[in-house]
Design a protein around this ligand. Structure first.
Ligand code: G3P
Ligand code: MG
Length: 248
């Protein structure tokens, strides 16, 4: 059986503060993950930053929306201590810093464009420019719950793979994927149990099946058996061990 790509969701976020430099470093140092999944927003002053939520309350010591905060204001926040006081002193990374880290370490990157709650003007082109400036088109693939954004992205840059994230069953899926022009599908893993035929359907259309967020061993084994192309987990250490043992 083909080994799927194994990605650390928001870095090694099961154990370290999500999307922090520490979580990315520990995914490299402590696991055999092939790469990361991460999330990008635009600040008030136009910087691309790595963060999950559209506002900072849950995972920092600050308040407010990323779109209303400058990069300097965001950098001043602690994004580690909320997880555990031992992780105090972590600071937000820019998208450029994450790309540089991927280049240095050889990690792949699934970059999720967080433009379905806040609609950031020009996010697609900014992401494309940063990837192309480093000639990382074959190391980075993008995804979003905003499928219009993915359609736009593909038109702007056919060289970078796009993916449709979804967490609810979709109607008329064959028609939908044909219209979308997307390269890949990114279903929440339970949806592949609800509609097991989808893996074969997507593959027959030349699309990869990149599933998330798979944190328990039985679910990892189930997704492996279904022949998905990529598994994304908060626990990349467990994921890599489970897949390695299942394939030896
Ligand atoms: O890309 C997979 C997953 O990250 C999508 O949802 O909310 O965890 O960013 P979320
Ligand atoms: Mg994400």
């Amino acid at each position: 059986m083909k080994r799927p790509l194994l990605l650390a969701h928001r870095g090694f976020s099961g154990r370290y503060p999500e999307n922090s430099p520490l979580a990315f470093r520990m995914a490299v140092e402590q696991t055999e993950a092939d790469g990361f999944e991460s999330d990008v927003h635009i600040t008030k002053d136009g910087q691309l930053v790595i963060f999950h939520d559209a506002s900072v309350e849950r995972t920092s010591n600050g308040t407010g929306w990323i779109r209303d905060l400058t990069y300097d204001e965001l950098y001043a926040l602690d994004i580690g201590a909320w997880k555990d006081p031992a992780f105090a002193g972590e600071h937000i990374w820019t998208f450029d810093q994450l790309l540089d880290f991927c280049q240095q370490t050889g990690m792949l990157l699934n970059m999720e464009l967080k433009n379905y709650e806040v609609f950031y003007d020009g996010l697609e082109q900014r992401v494309i420019d940063a990837i192309c400036a480093r000639q990382m088109q074959d190391r980075v693939f993008v995804s979003s719950f905003n499928h219009i954004s993915m359609q736009r992205f593909k038109t702007l840059c056919p060289d970078i793979e796009t993916g449709l994230l979804y967490d609810k069953p979709l109607l008329d899926i064959e028609h939908y994927i044909a219209r979308s022009n997307a390269d890949n599908m990114h279903p929440r893993y339970v949806l592949l149990r609800y509609q097991p035929e989808l893996v074969e359907l997507y593959h027959s259309r030349g699309m990869k099946v990149n599933t998330w967020t798979v944190n328990d061993e039985p679910d990892m084994l189930d997704m492996l058996a279904r022949g998905v192309d990529c598994i994304i987990s908060n626990y990349p250490d467990l994921l890599c061990r489970v897949v390695r043992e299942a394939q030896t």
